[in-house]
Design a protein around this ligand. Structure first.
Ligand code: PLP
Ligand code: SF4
Length: 449
């Protein structure tokens, strides 16, 4: 099973303080680098040498899609904010002053969208279960505290607030014993999704400490373990090179031997991430170890907002043995004005890409909004009873009874999120709203206390 791994290049990361040290950035003007310093004081910035040297085509910067994915761009801030930050950078203001000004802007960027923290933390014996979110009946999310950073940061990430220290990470879990107790008490849960950040930032020994208690506990009702990761794209050597990668494949084998399905929920934003031999070898090896690879990403303006990118990406995934899974709509947080794609356009891009594919690629679902009531699919744009409408459908619901029930919103070419939509046919509200109001009643538990 263990094949001869490719040698990995030495790992190097660059953050804001390295902007004048990345050799490739010397191609930019001094002023462009000043802008980068100004924006990255507000929004998180981190890349590694695989992203810089293998994924970005520097002849195509600033338009390059992976550059847009990972490097801070002037358009991500409003003009006035950019101007103010740039003045501070030009004036060589102290880091404290820059940080304080950046904080004010961050607070205006909707750092805590979709009630994630307040609504989804479950309790056991009246105590909140740290590092666990349980929103959809069958699936529990688990956030190990050591997996809450990433190999590189996607500039649109909805977890950006935690990377800039705005969101309290105390909610993450240091061990999985409480999770195991919770699972024992919740036989309806069939799937545990370990997520972050990126859990694959952890060394295998550490990841093992989280996973083995779940396996040892039996928990026959838990039929699958998933690991959400961008490392297959951003640091594929994690899976192919060195002793730790070999140990990871053994851990994957143990999960399978314990009778659990194992899926890597891989985040691929652009077909180029699948081109390097190292990226393909990583998928191959993960599949050889008995895991499946399911692929998901948001649709992002400047990064992947055309149907060819998606069709090519889905085809490449299927060719490599991976399974296209979700196309998400960009969330309403951070620099969302820069990245957002209206729902109508998202639907057209999805449909065009879908139409270019065979049934094997059409396992993908989307465009899907991970909104407070659930994952809502934009299923169609149509005309019913003389009204232009969006056909919508829950693919996951806070209440499972909502799933797969079609509903309709008035067509709005500019809407970018569920909150922008109005019910069609003169209805006062969507069918799920009364129940949502009840769920939103203040909870005594906050994961940050
Ligand atoms: C997307 C998501 C899941 C997993 O949903 P699947 O449709 O099973 O992939 C679980 N919990 C939350 C909060 C999610 O957003
Ligand atoms: S890899 Fe995932 S969690 Fe990390 S920055 Fe990108 S989108 Fe966010």
């Amino acid at each position: 099973m263990v094949r001869t791994p490719d040698a990995a290049p030495a790992y190097r990361v660059y953050t804001r303080k390295d902007i004048d040290r990345v050799p490739e950035l010397m191609r930019l003007s001094v002023e462009d680098r000043m802008v980068m310093k100004a924006v990255s004081a507000v929004l998180p910035f981190r890349v590694n040498n695989h992203v810089v040297e293998t994924l970005i085509d520097w002849d195509d910067v600033p338009g390059d899609r992976i550059y847009q994915l990972t490097f801070p761009q002037p358009g991500m801030l409003e003009d006035a904010d950019l101007h103010r930050m740039l003045e501070l950078v030009h004036a060589k203001a102290s880091e404290d002053v820059i940080k304080a000004e950046a904080r004010k802007i961050q607070m205006r960027l909707n750092p805590h969208p979709a009630g994630q923290l307040e609504l989804n933390v479950p309790t056991l014996d009246d105590e909140p279960v740290a590092g666990v979110q349980h929103k959809y009946k069958q699936t529990v999310l688990f956030f190990p505290s050591s997996g809450q950073t990433c190999h590189a940061y996607c500039s649109y990430c909805f977890r950006w607030a935690q990377f800039v220290g705005l969101e309290d990470l105390k909610f993450a879990a240091r061990e999985s014993n409480r999770l195991v107790e919770y699972l024992r008490a919740h036989k309806e849960v069939t799937s545990v999704l370990i997520t972050g950040g990126d859990p694959m930032i952890m060394k295998t020994a550490l990841l093992r400490r989280y996973i083995e208690p779940i396996l040892r506990a039996g928990l026959d009702h838990v039929t699958s373990i998933r690991i959400g990761t961008k490392a297959l794209a951003f640091w594929p050597y994690r899976f192919t090179s060195g002793d730790d990668a070999d140990d990871l494949m053994r851990l994957f084998g143990e999960i399978r031997d314990a009778g659990k399905g194992l899926a890597l929920m891989a985040h691929y934003s652009h077909p180029r991430e699948l081109e390097p031999a190292s990226a393909q070898a990583a998928i191959r090896r993960v599949i050889d170890a008995g895991a499946t690879v399911r692929c998901q990403a948001p649709l992002i303006r400047h990064v992947n907002d055309n149907h060819h990118a998606w069709a090519n990406m889905w085809k490449a995934q299927v060719r490599l043995g991976a399974v296209p899974y979700y196309m998400f709509v960009e969330r309403d947080t951070g620099a969302c004005n820069y990245f957002e794609v209206p729902l109508a356009r998202a639907y057209r891009i999805f449909t065009r890409a879908y139409n270019m594919c065979s049934g094997l690629e059409r396992t993908v679902r989307g465009p899907s909004m991970s909104a407070t009531p659930g994952k809502v699919l934009v299923d169609g744009i149509t005309r019913i009873a003389d009204e232009d409408v969006f056909s919508l459908r829950f693919v996951q619901g806070r209440n499972p009874d909502w799933v797969n029930r079609p509903f309709h919103a008035r067509f709005d070419p500019h809407a970018t999120w569920l909150d922008d939509l109005e019910p069609a046919f003169g209805a006062d509200e969507f069918f799920f709203e009364a129940e949502m109001r009840k769920l939103r009643a203040p909870s005594p538990f906050s994961p940050t206390v």
